[in-house]
Structures are given as structure tokens and as C-alpha cells.
Write a protein that binds this ligand. Structure first.
Ligand code: GLA
Length: 380
């Protein structure tokens, strides 16, 4: 068993304590799954394109044991235990857990009831995949308890099924794959068509660089409806071009409808930017990806129209203060931005981002330095 991430180990100690307090016995095991930052490749996953996430050192941790009935407890579920005789129709935060059990059963990996206590420090509502982290920690816990050794690619598909069909969010496979498959010190280049992937060294410190994550603390406005609308635009564009997915659109393809044409342009150029980012990183330069990150933001702001005032403010302020590149990350309409910076300039850039938000009367962003951490793993 690999050494657990130090933060995951600390969170596990809390989950262990919570489990014992809630259920009056010890858990059989404790599993951790991280949130993620997507370095580049946004809204490309459901177009069968390319993505490049890395795992954050923030984890959802599940302490679990087999039981006669389903019992779910989460430190951010308001302290209550959700008990269920069956896993059908569970709502609220516990739906992410019940949904995984359902999806595992549907996929032929039978899991019986269990007691689970969850603890997580993945910022909630920040576009850093706190829900995928819950799903993936639960999936590993149930696989461990019930003796299933599920291939991680298959596990990502199962966790996505839970999110799509049980929770009802029409997302792609980026977040669950990132949580389950990323490795420490790497950004993961992944082809969402066949989930083939390559771990690309992402050594910020070697070049004196740092990656800032800027949680704008702005609510995700209309995120669900707009996300579905973007998917529908892509499907329509693909139909007009007579391809199954925009991944297959010719690079010089255009559409008469201005909106659809811009959606198409984002997907086609974003896929190319992911390929370019992987190539630049593999050539041994992290600083060299800065311009690609910034170009990706412009494409999301202007062509895909998924940015927000808060995200644009953070990106512009970071670039204005000397960041090498910056972009929003994740689904958009709120959430977080990232900025690639010289480590020595990080405090100045953080201050500039906070100042810009204050000047525009926006919520004060929370800024932290990210590292590429370990994907989901058993802690004990
Ligand atoms: C959300 C979804 C992912 C992906 C991103 C955008 O995080 O859950 O599947 O589509 O948005 O890249």
C-alpha cells in the first residue's frame, strides 16, 4: 500500500474518530479521494476530447464497515445520520453515497449495506470536484469492504454513472477520473474517448514556479442549466457537421449560426491546447504553458461563455500583476481560477487578486498554493 498523503492521513484520523462516536465501533478501513484542478481542457470531456487534471491535496475520506442496514454520516451533512433500508431514492448529500452503491450494483459489483462516516476538506461549491471526491471515496470503501478489485478506469465510469443517473447531473467523466487516476507530481493527460492516459511530470518547484488556486467564493449562477445548454449546443453542432462528437470536427470547420460556431471553435481549439500543453510539459518546461492557459480562458470567456465577472477579475488581476498564465478551471459560472506564477511573486499576485475583487465589490477570493497530490487511495 503506498504511503498515504499526509493530509489524507490527518483527515482519516478525524473520520475514524467520527465513525467511532457515531456508530460505537471501529471502522474496517478508511479510504481517501481528492478534489482536482483541471489544468486545461474544459468542457472537452463530453465531446470525447482531451483533458489534463491534477489531484489537489484536499480529500474526502470515508471510514466504513459492513452492516445490516445503510447508514451515512458526514461532517458536513449537518451532523445527522441518514439511515436507509434500501439505497433507492436517497436525497441530499447522501445521494452521492447511495448513488455509488446503486451504480456498483447496476454494474455487477454487488455491495451490501454499510456504515460510512465521511469527512472532507475539499472546498464545497468551489468547482474543485468536492462531489466527485465523495463518490470516489465511497466507491473505494465499498469495493474494499465487499472484496471487489475494480480497475480504476471502470471505477471512474461507475462513479460518473452515479452522478449522471442517480444524482441527475449531466457531467462528463473528468472529475471522477481525476480523483481516481491522478498521481503525485503529475498532471494527467487523458483522452476521454477511450480513457487512455499519460502521467506528465508537473514539477512547478523545479522551475521556481507555483500554481495559485483562486476560489472566487461566488455562487455558481445557473450552473446546471447552462452546463446542460452547452452540452446541447455541442450535440447540435456535431449533428450539423455530421460527426458523432465534436472531437471529430475538422479543424477548419465552421457553422453559420454564430453561437454554435463559437461553441465549436472553443472545443476544437481547446483540444489542441491540451495537446500543446502536454507537449510543452514533456519538453521540460512548465513556464511555457502560461500562454496556453491564458488563451484557454479567453476562449471560455468569449466563445463558450462560461466565465463570470469574478473569474475574469481574478484572471485579469493575476495577469496584470505578472502571472505567466491564468484561467478559470472546471465547469464555470463561478468557482475557481488558477494562475501560474513565479513562486517569489505569489504574495504580490494574491494581493492584486484580492484588491481587484474589493475594488469591484466582489466577494473576497480565497487563494492557496496547489501541489499535484496523490489520487484516491486506502489510508488504513
Ligand atoms: C464539470 C463537469 C466535468 C467537466 C467540467 C468542464 O467539472 O463535472 O465533467 O465537463 O465541468 O470541463
Amino acid at each position: 500500500m503506498p504511503t498515504p498523503d499526509p493530509n489524507a492521513a490527518e483527515l482519516a484520523a478525524i473520520a475514524d474518530e467520527v465513525f467511532r462516536t457515531q456508530y460505537g465501533s471501529a471502522p474496517e478501513g478508511i479510504w481517501a479521494a481528492p478534489g482536482r484542478v483541471n489544468l486545461i481542457g474544459e468542457h472537452t470531456d463530453y465531446n470525447e476530447g482531451f483533458v489534463m487534471p491534477f489531484a489537489l491535496p484536499f480529500y474526502a475520506v470515508a471510514a466504513a464497515a459492513k452492516s445490516d442496514t445503510w447508514e451515512f454520516h458526514s461532517t458536513y451533512g449537518g451532523g445527522q445520520i441518514v439511515r436507509a433500508d434500501s439505497i433507492d431514492g436517497v436525497e441530499g448529500w447522501a445521494a452521492y453515497l447511495a448513488g455509488v452503491a446503486w451504480a456498483m450494483n447496476e454494474s455487477g459489483y454487488e455491495v451490501g449495506p454499510a456504515r460510512i462516516a465521511l469527512h472532507s476538506d475539499v472546498p464545497h461549491g468551489a468547482g474543485l470536484s468536492s462531489s466527485a471526491a465523495l463518490e470516489c471515496a465511497t466507491l473505494l470503501a465499498l469495493s474494499g469492504l465487499y472484496g471487489h478489485d475494480i480497475d480504476r478506469t471502470e471505477a471512474a465510469r461507475i462513479a460518473r454513472k452515479a452522478e449522471n443517473e442517480y444524482v441527475g447531473a449531466p457531467t462528463g467523466i473528468l472529475d471522477q477520473s481525476a480523483s481516481l487516476l491522478c498521481t503525485e507530481g503529475h498532471a494527467m493527460f487523458m483522452d476521454c474517448r477511450d480513457l487512455s492516459r499519460e502521467q506528465v511530470p508537473f514539477r512547478l518547484a523545479d522551475e521556481g514556479l507555483a500554481m495559485l488556486v483562486i476560489d472566487t467564493d461566488a455562487p455558481h449562477r445557473h450552473a446546471d442549466g447552462e452546463y446542460a445548454a452547452r452540452r446541447a449546443d455541442c450535440e447540435q453542432a456535431a449533428r450539423l457537421l455530421d460527426v458523432e462528437f465534436l472531437r471529430d470536427a475538422p479543424v477548419d470547420a465552421t457553422l453559420e449560426d454564430d453561437r454554435l460556431n463559437r461553441r465549436l471553435r472553443h472545443i476544437v481549439t481547446e483540444n489542441q491546447r491540451v495537446l500543446d500543453t502536454a507537449a510543452v510539459l514533456k519538453s521540460g518546461s512548465v513556464a511555457g504553458i502560461g500562454e496556453l492557459l491564458t488563451a484557454s480562458h479567453a476562449s471560455m470567456r468569449d466563445d463558450y461563455e462560461i466565465s463570470s465577472v469574478e473569474l475574469d477579475s481574478a484572471v485579469d488581476a493575476a495577469l496584470g500583476a505578472g502571472a505567466l498564465g491564468a484561467r478559470m478551471t472546471g465547469g464555470g459560472f463561478g468557482g475557481s481560477a488558477i494562475a501560474l506564477v513565479e513562486a517569489s511573486a505569489a504574495p504580490k499576485i494574491e494581493a492584486a487578486v484580492i484588491e481587484a475583487a474589493a475594488a469591484a465589490s466582489l466577494p473576497t477570493p480565497r487563494v492557496f498554493v496547489a501541489r499535484a497530490a496523490q489520487g484516491a487511495h486506502r489510508v488504513r
